[in-house]
Design a protein around this ligand. Structure first.
Ligand code: PLP
Length: 424
């Protein structure tokens, strides 16, 4: 009898995977708290919340309950001309929690589509205002905003997107204003803002995830936003990774003194249960689409827009995230990361340590070949698996981004694996 992994290999095509050389995928049949349980009973500690989506642990009973109740009540309804209770309730709750200028919620299916919607809102906003010449986006070097074409265009021109470069629209890149480099980035922005064609600035607030958990401070980001606003440029906070408590506060943008005009969410939105994305915007953006002319509407939507079951999962996850117990869990992980970061920083083999909220990144000395697919990266990945820990290093950067329910003992296991990586 073939195993599940062998059956998979015969029929499936996995993301970001060289199917000819990759080992057989590990078959997971159950999730429990921070653990994933394999077909053969092996337990793996999910140190990266299954691609940064899981907040409260796998198969959480409160979310499962809410989802199954919703499935039996209303599983789906088209969202043009119709609405339903969970979509309205979720939008009301989110708007009450988001920065005060956020006024409208537009649902979609994942992080990439949340970004696509934001980009289209910016372009059509200026189109509707009679300023179609404003169509250039500014973004950070090494940023990642998703895999659809618009999202790829505002992301780094790296190896992942090379075959598609000819079809990606041109954007302007800013250096990430990491500590000590703020003045350079501000000067780059000032030069770009002299141009009449700049429409929007999209950024991952405070932590660039895929770039290697590159971190920068709220003060300089607030200043970038202030300068954009002075030049009439709209600002999009891509909180797909940072949203729902990852960086400490509920949203990273809460730490800014200047509010973004638009925000994108996905990943933790449903606590890692169901695929959903959403984009929020400030009132003036929404109002630019209001008209007697039907052609000024936003012509974007997906069949599963505002799926009631996904909205129910998001409501259940939000309730868990807002509870004091979750705040305490996040603070405990943050303190543990800080203590471990202090221990490992400066040790042989460690080039840098970064942490914010429940995210910890250790940048190891790369040796030769620092690319995402380097030998070192594969060695880190395998060492973690040998210790029954699921990690996906970004080149020579190994990061932890665990579910909030991860215990002190589980964190200790993760830190022990990171210590061992110094020897590779
Ligand atoms: N934006 C950011 C900041 C991300 O980290 C990601 C995914 O990693 C995306 C957008 C794309 O989200 P999705 O994978 O759900 O399309």
């Amino acid at each position: 009898m073939p195993t599940l992994s062998e059956r998979d290999h015969a029929v499936l095509w996995h993301p970001y995977t060289q199917m000819q050389t990759a080992p057989l995928p590990i078959a997971i049949v159950k999730g429990e708290g921070s653990w994933l349980i394999g077909e053969d009973g092996t337990r793996y500690l999910d140190a990266i919340s299954s691609w940064w989506v899981n907040l409260h642990g796998h198969a959480h009973p409160a979310i499962a309950e809410r989802v199954s109740e919703q499935l039996r009540t209303l599983e789906h309804v088209l969202f043009a001309g119709f609405t339903h209770p969970t979509a309205v309730e979720l939008a009301e709750q989110l708007l009450a929690l988001l920065p005060a200028n956020q006024a409208r919620v537009f649902y979609s299916d994942n992080g990439s589509t949340a970004v696509e919607v934001a980009l289209k809102m910016v372009l059509q906003y200026f189109h509707n205002l009679g300023q179609p010449e404003r169509r250039t986006f500014i973004c950070f070097q090494n940023s990642y905003h998703g895999d659809t074409f618009g999202a790829m265009a505002v992301s780094a021109r790296g190896a992942f997107t090379e075959p598609f470069w000819p079809l990606l629209f041109d954007v302007e890149f800013l250096d990430v204003p990491v500590p000590g480099r703020e003045a350079e980035t501000l000067a780059q922005l000032d030069a770009l803002l002299l141009r009449p064609d700049v429409a929007g600035f999209i950024f991952e607030p405070l932590v660039l995830g895929t770039a290697g958990m590159v971190m920068y401070e709220p003060g300089v980001l607030s200043e970038l936003l202030r300068r954009c606003h002075a030049a009439g440029v709209l600002c999009i906070a891509d909180e797909v990774m940072t949203g729902f408590g990852r960086t400490g506060p509920l949203f990273a943008s809460e730490l800014l003194s200047e509010q973004p005009d638009m925000m994108c969410f996905s990943k933790g939105l449903t606590g890692g249960t169901l695929a959903m994305g959403l984009t929020t915007c400030a009132a003036p953006i929404y109002e630019a689409f209001l008209s007697d002319d039907k052609m000024r509407a936003l012509f974007h939507g997906h069949s599963y827009t505002a799926n009631p079951v996904a909205c129910a999962a998001a409501l259940a996850s939000l309730e868990l995230t807002r509870a004091d117990a979750c705040t305490q869990q996040r603070q405990r992980i943050e303190a543990a990361h800080a203590a471990f970061g202090q221990e490992i920083a400066g040790q042989p083999g460690v080039r840098a340590v970064r942490h914010r909220g429940t995210i910890l990144a250790v940048e190891y000395d790369p040796g030769e070949g620092t690319s995402y697919f380097s030998r070192l990266r594969d060695a880190f990945y395998q060492l973690a698996l040998d210790h029954h820990v699921v990690l996906r290093p970004l080149g020579n950067v190994v990061y932890l981004l665990p579910p909030y329910c991860t215990t002190d003992d589980e964190l200790a296991l993760l830190y022990a694996v990171l210590r061992k990586m110094r020897a590779l």
